[in-house]
Design a protein around this ligand. Structure first.
Ligand SMILES: [Zn+2]
Length: 289
């Protein structure tokens, strides 16, 4: 599978949150000016019962949920963070992979139409990591986006929980508490995307982009790539446009760039618009994962 070639471990220690409550102190790396704070997750996500049943029919490549749970239950994690072995940070070929999270929940369910219009107008391929809460707020738009050849819809989790097998939290957001809960955090949205778009997701990115090392293996065992990032392009949609622009024009070839599509009025759309001419002038192309 193509994505298997992309897995690159960058042990940079640059921990920046894709999704964190603004009320929580955030780790700021000494080597990064990026400050993480996310307005959309003011409270831990409510634990809700969601269906993890496959939609059925010929489409679904039904995953053996119990086999994966049995394989990893009892395995103790030893690592935690955004950049672990098995978490992809780059793609091959040198193009930039712009990824935009739609986190959902409370103020996280917005739609940055200026950004979507820009990507379409400039014909910029992009990967959208959509949480099930965002999808359930915008099911028609999700289907519409999936019909564009420019865009790929991937899985940003069911409840937007950090992916843990023992409840470890990130930025005050409780992680999944067991292997079964981690599996269901993935599958609860995996099948929802499949149902709405007619395409089986290939990638997963957890809420807050945090994992333990066992959870990373769980996702791989489910047959999915784990999407990290090399560049935090918007610091949880808190960057001003010029900061977004600078992050993009300074990105190394092949970087997966993490931004957000759920905060209209943030600096994301304007920053991407400002970066594109400079990137194109330097020969940069864009790709999906
Ligand atoms: Zn998110």
């Amino acid at each position: 599978m193509k994505r298997r070639q992309f897995l690159v471990w960058v042990a940079s220690g640059v921990a920046v949150s894709a999704c964190a409550p603004s009320t929580t102190a955030s780790p700021v790396s000494s080597v990064s000016p990026v400050v993480s704070a996310l307005p959309e997750a003011a409270a831990p996500p409510a634990v809700e019962a969601v269906s993890v049943d496959p939609p059925g029919g010929a489409l679904s490549n039904v995953i053996d949920r119990q086999r994966v749970i049995d394989r990893f239950t009892g395995v103790a994690p030893s690592q935690w963070g955004t950049h672990l072995p098995g978490v992809a940070t780059h793609v091959d070929g040198g193009a930039l992979a712009l990824t935009f999270d739609g986190c959902g929940g409370g103020s996280g369910s917005g739609v940055d139409h200026a950004l979507l219009d820009l990507l379409a107008r400039e014909q910029i391929p992009a990967t959208f990591f959509l949480n099930r809460r965002w999808i359930d707020t915008h099911p028609a738009l999700t289907t519409q986006l999936s019909e564009s050849p420019l865009f790929t819809i991937e899985n940003h989790g069911t409840t937007h929980a950090p992916l843990s097998v023992n409840g470890r939290s990130a930025y005050g957001i409780a992680g999944t508490a067991s292997v079964a809960a981690a599996v269901d955090e993935v599958l609860g949205n995996h099948y929802r995307i499949e149902e709405l778009t007619g395409r089986t997701p290939q990638w997963f990115r957890a809420g807050t982009a945090h994992y333990d090392d066992v959870a990373v293996q769980v996702v791989a065992e489910l047959g999915l790539g784990v999407a990290g990032f090399a560049v935090n392009g918007d610091a949880g949609a808190t960057f001003h446009a010029n900061q977004v622009r600078n992050a993009l024009v300074q990105a190394q070839p092949g970087s997966i760039v993490l931004m957000h599509l759920n905060h209209p009025g943030s600096g994301v759309a304007e920053g991407v618009a400002a970066a594109v001419p400079a990137l194109r002038a330097s020969g940069t192309h864009f790709t999906t994962l």
